[in-house]
Write a protein that binds this ligand. Structure first.
Ligand code: NAP
Length: 243
């Protein structure tokens, strides 16, 4: 089966590394982006330069029409979609839960839960037997992120529950649903939290003594999407350096 995979948030960070990694495995890749068209185009150009096939698609994953259009555009440009990397996500400024701003709470829930669930729903509608979904969760889901962003951690716990439920619902149709839970990874997301150096500062306190790189998460995602993981479903693989 040709592998045609949508990567949301494919313009930067973990998503960009994953799009490049999957293209190396022979996937045709739809690179979803929200604001950074130049970054998404650069990912597509890199894939094409290496002999692969990719297309950039603008999408706000919180908008239902956008998500439906993303899947239709990917299928039209690349062929029937067989995989989803449900990666687009965000956070808000680090702080105590008592100081949580309601608008930040709604935005993080909207992107990390509503957006991710809409993408998973669309995948459930179109993926064929042999298809697979990987939800990008976070180690925060089990750590809780006290003093930083408990609301963010809770959205990722919701995603882990989606992984369990949807894997059971789609298993009989031959579709696998898994997750990865990255730890502290060097990407731009830490700037969104108001602490751009967080990865290098906190990463050294992990058992492996350093933050992770996006490519190390991409490896796990690529494996979960591959036939090598053909009996793996309903689980979330921690890629967190022991944290
Ligand atoms: P990042 O560097 O900040 O990139 C975020 C990506 O998501 C960008 O491509 C962005 O698109 C896209 N995006 C954000 N909101 C979107 C929306 N509403 N619709 C469509 N796309 C949207 O983040 P990252 O660190 O690579 O994180 C990727 C995933 O890993 C997230 O789910 C995050 O929660 C999770 N994670 C990250 C870490 C870490 O330490 N980095 C740890 C655990 C889990 P544009 O660039 O086009 O705006």
């Amino acid at each position: 089966m040709d592998q045609i995979t949508i990567v949301t948030g494919g313009s930067r960070g973990i998503g960009a590394a994953t799009a490049l990694r999957l293209a190396g495995d022979g996937h045709r890749v739809a690179v979803g982006y929200q604001h950074n068209a130049d970054a998404a185009t650069a990912v597509v150009t890199s894939i094409e330069a290496a002999g692969g096939t990719a297309v950039a698609v603008q999408v706000d994953t919180t908008a239902e029409d956008d998500v439906v259009r993303l899947f239709a555009t990917a299928a039209g440009a690349l062929g029937p979609v067989t995989g989803l990397v449900n990666n687009a996500g965000t956070t808000s400024r680090i702080g105590a839960f008592a100081d949580l701003d309601a608008a930040d709470l709604r935005r993080v829930v909207d992107v990390n839960i509503v957006g991710a669930f809409l993408c998973a729903r669309e995948a459930a509608r179109v993926l064929p037997r042999g298809g697979a979904v990987v939800n990008v969760s976070s180690g925060a889901a089990t750590l809780g992120s006290p003093g930083e962003y408990i609301h963010y951690a809770a959205t990722k716990a919701a995603l882990d529950t989606l992984t369990i439920g949807l894997s059971k619902e789609l298993g009989p149709a031959g579709i696998r649903v898994n997750g990865v839970a990255p730890g502290i990874i060097r990407t731009d997301i830490h700037a969104v939290s108001g602490d751009p150096d967080r990865a290098d500062r906190i990463g050294t306190a992990t058992p492996l003594g350093r933050p992770g790189n996006p490519s190390e998460v991409a490896e796990a995602i690529a494996w979960l999407l591959s036939s090598a993981a053909s009996y793996v479903t309903g689980t979330t693989l921690r890629v967190a350096g022991g944290r």
